[in-house]
Design a protein around this ligand. Sequence first.
Ligand SMILES: Cc1cc2nc3c(=O)[nH]c(=O)nc-3n(C[C@H](O)[C@H](O)[C@H](O)COP(=O)(O)OP(=O)(O)OC[C@H]3O[C@@H](n4cnc5c(N)ncnc54)[C@H](O)[C@@H]3O)c2cc1C
Length: 389
Amino acid sequence: MTRLAPLDLVDADSLLSDEECAIRDTVRKFCTDRIRPHLAEWFEQGDLPARDLAREMGDLGLLGMHLHGYGAAGTNAVSYGLACHELEAADSGVRSLVSVQGSLAMYAIYAYGSEEQKNEWLPKMVKGEAIGCFGLTEADFGSNPGGMRTNAKKDGSDWVLNGTKMWITNGSIADVAVVWARTDEGIRGFVVPTNTKGFTANTVHNKLSLRASVTSELVLANVRLPGDAILPLSRGLSSPLGCLNEARFGIIFGSIGAGRDCLEAAIAYAGDREVFDKPLSAYQLTQAKLAEMAVELGKGMLLAIQLGRLKDAGTLKPEQVSVGKLNNVRAALQIAREARTILGANGITLEYPVMRHANNLESVLTYEGTSEVHLLVIGQALTGQAAFR
Ligand SMILES: Cc1cc2nc3c(=O)[nH]c(=O)nc-3n(C[C@H](O)[C@H](O)[C@H](O)COP(=O)(O)OP(=O)(O)OC[C@H]3O[C@@H](n4cnc5c(N)ncnc54)[C@H](O)[C@@H]3O)c2cc1C
């Protein structure tokens, strides 16, 4: 069994079971062997072999791993978090592929779908034979998705969907899109096979962040679906927000995985690099930077495990998820930026992971609720006053 990180100053490992450590080690090995050697190339190209990876990660049981039944691995939440930690230590884009598949698209069908919808999609999605995306955000409605314009109207027994979704992870490679739309009864979810007439996905190019991830615009032009395409248990905005809470949970563990990778890179680099005739790591200023990073990582991991235990106990509250997402993404981004300074000019290249992580974490700071939105969620929990508008 390897340690959670060689730099696990708070011995967070001692809080994990042997089974949790074994799952983490399996994912770490998969990332070392299969993902890390290609990351610089994928990031540079702005693409990744998502279909192949999805099947391989399906074989490992990583897709929807914390769900039960339908072929899913049925692990606890902490194990899912540790898998996200390892995936994001490789790249936030790879973790996003898994998060969107399992926590957004699959979870929406799992939590709000009919038995027929679950049986049709979940077994294929568990294996990575079908890829899912989750269309909530629109160009004009990100932090405030309740303003969405995408609508679904009844026509006989059918539904007809019109609208445009933006910034949708996995959109252009998806076989199925969970699309949230305004109906006469409020916001509802729909299961949309992406080969339905009127559905198009356009890949977003020129990104400087999450380049090893597919991001797309979804266009729905008179997409006609049978009456049973609606997610029958979806009710209003709380349904997509329920899915987002699942994905945010993975980010709490994942983001500090990226931070860990940056700290490891910075320590290794500082040990090798000589400046003014001695190793960079022998200078107090460098050690202060490394120590601050390690302290934040240790705190972040303790927070993640505590929130994971609450999730497994079924008591995790949305504002607690906000505390974790806000803190750990901010900490990871700060660590990535500080690590970059230690690497000097080399830090700006893809030969080292730090600037790739720093750029990725800019997206992670924004998606699944921006840091400002999480501050407002926490503020509401503290004061009882909603200050969103
Ligand atoms: C790479 C990537 C992948 C994504 N994948 C998906 C996906 O798969 N599915 C999906 O549905 N969406 C996805 N998103 C969209 C993401 O969830 C939104 O970008 C996010 O919710 C923020 O919305 P916005 O970009 O419209 O920013 P805005 O909502 O316009 O926010 C701009 C700024 O205003 C601030 N702000 C907003 N409201 C308030 C307020 N009340 N008070 C103070 N400040 C405020 C924000 O915090 C932010 O700083 C993705 C985004 C990215 C970048």
